[in-house]
Design a binder for this molecule. Structure first.
Ligand code: ADP
Ligand code: ZN
Length: 439
């Protein structure tokens, strides 16, 4: 009997595969990968030799724990093409990471990698509510950044209509939202709020647009921010995760249950480790996500340390997919601020801010060191009405937020309210932290 599922699924065979069967597939693929790396990438051959490991010794997917990690620095040290496993003539596309944390890292795709990417993006789009009848306004940047072309190929794969508008040019985005009637928009969550703001300014009624779903990723965002986006744009906001080193967007994606992101572990094998020791954490605990690309050919990576913090949710999901889920990314290990000994992620501050009525969710965190002490200043915008109030009222709100942050996160911060639109808007990833400490 054919099983039925509550929502559409792009690739029923792979996405609802029995977990034990998938495990055998992972084992098979890992063995192939290890041989492939040994034979084709000098960096890995040297690493295996250094560690005294031979590909023959990998017999089970769990043996992965004995294999070496790959770090972002390894990509940088082999800049630009040193980790490619195929000759350049096999590479059909180059992308580079947006360089949030330094020099870009370069990745290359073979024709089969492009196919694989379209496949996982097709799974992601369908999981987010897209169908062949969808019109997708793709406001991720096209170019070296993977967002634009990743979504583009996935949308074409499912037969939807793509509007390749790319990032920026908000006036044009709104015109197209009104005139072309897309049911889906894809962009960063921070940009979606900016769009909402501009739409409201123009007095356009959301009910008059056809928008139903937004697929947002490329930067951390909180549950509270999701609620805000859903309310203001009148849509369902779905979380998509990916990174260029692994493939780009489409490594993991929420389903319409919105309860964690299914990670496509027939291609991207996840592990969660303690970033300090490199050891696996207990099931369900938070740690650093490590991913192995089981099937990629251009630049396959073994145990790539993403520096993204999350946990694995292994309970079955109501949607019927058997891929495990990862929790929304809390931040990066290198985004984490340590303020007088307390670890803080921008997303935690965001959670607090979004709940305060008078302020808009546009904020920036400024870290300074004064008399050897870290001082965190939270700059946050208020809306027009509040800003024109008397100073005393503004100060009251500032104190209120400071207290709120202190009671929720256990750190004292300075809050500074600023005029609407003083914090720089980003068309891509929002810049949340300015660290002046130089340490
Ligand atoms: P980089 O930002 O390192 O230049 P990418 O452009 O490939 O490189 O971005 C990948 C990173 O973006 C991820 O490692 C992660 O930190 C962040 N990211 C992507 N999607 C999400 C998401 N849905 N939630 C939180 N963070 C995300
Ligand atoms: Zn699900």
């Amino acid at each position: 009997m054919k099983k039925s599922f509550p929502y559409s699924i792009w690739n029923i065979e792979m996405e609802t595969m029995d977990r034990e069967v998938r495990k055998s597939l992972q084992t098979y693929r890992l063995k192939e990968l290890v041989w492939y790396l040994y034979d084709n990438v000098k960096f890995y051959k040297d690493k295996f030799n250094e560690k005294g490991i031979h590909p023959n010794e990998v017999r089970d997917i769990e043996d992965i724990e004995n294999l070496p990690f790959t770090n972002k620095t390894d990509l940088r040290d082999n800049y630009p093409f040193g980790l490619f496993a195929v000759p350049m003539e096999e590479i059909v596309r180059i992308h580079a990471s947006s360089g949030t944390t330094g020099k870009p890292t370069v990745v290359g795709y073979t024709q089969s990698d492009i196919e694989l990417w379209a496949e996982v993006m097709a799974r992601s789009l369908v999981a987010s509510g897209a169908t062949k009848n969808s019109i997708v306004q793709n406001a991720y940047g096209y170019g070296l950044f993977t967002g634009g072309l990743g979504v583009h190929y996935g949308a074409e794969r499912i037969g939807a209509t793509v509007i390749p508008i790319s990032g920026g040019n908000t006036a044009r985005q709104i015109l197209i939202l009104e005139d072309f009637g897309p049911d889906i928009i894809t962009c960063t969550p921070s940009y979606s709020l900016y769009l909402a703001e501009e739409i409201e300014k123009k007095n356009i009624k959301m009910q008059n647009l056809k928008l139903k779903y937004g697929i947002f990723g490329a930067e951390p965002w909180s549950e509270a921010m999701r609620n805000e986006i859903e309310k203001r744009l009148g849509i369902k906001a779905i979380n998509i995760y990916g990174l260029s080193e692994i493939i780009g967007p489409g490594v993991a994606n929420e389903c319409l249950e919105q309860a964690g992101l299914h990670i496509y572990d027939d291609h991207f094998y996840p592990e969660i480790i303690d970033p300090a020791t490199g050891k696996k954490v207990k099931d369900g605990e938070i740690g650093e996500l490590v991913i192995t690309t089981l099937t990629k050919k251009g630049i396959p990576l073994l145990r790539y340390r993403t520096r993204d913090l999350t946990r694995i949710i292994s309970e079955p999901c109501k949607c019927g997919r058997t891929h495990p889920r990862i929790d929304r990314i809390m931040g990066r290990t290198d985004d984490m601020l340590i303020i007088r000994g307390v670890n803080v992620f921008p997303s935690q501050i965001e959670e607090v801010l979004v709940q305060i009525e008078e302020v808009a969710p546009h904020y920036q965190l400024i870290v300074d060191r004064e008399h050897n002490l870290d001082v965190l200043t939270v700059m946050v915008e208020v809306d027009e009405k509040v800003f024109s109030d008397e100073i005393k009222k503004l100060e009251m709100i500032e104190r209120k937020i400071e207290n709120e942050i202190e009671s929720m996160l256990g750190i004292s911060v300075r809050v500074k309210l600023v005029e609407p639109r003083t914090i720089e808007r980003s068309e891509g990833k929002a810049k949340r932290i300015i660290d002046n400490r130089k340490i």
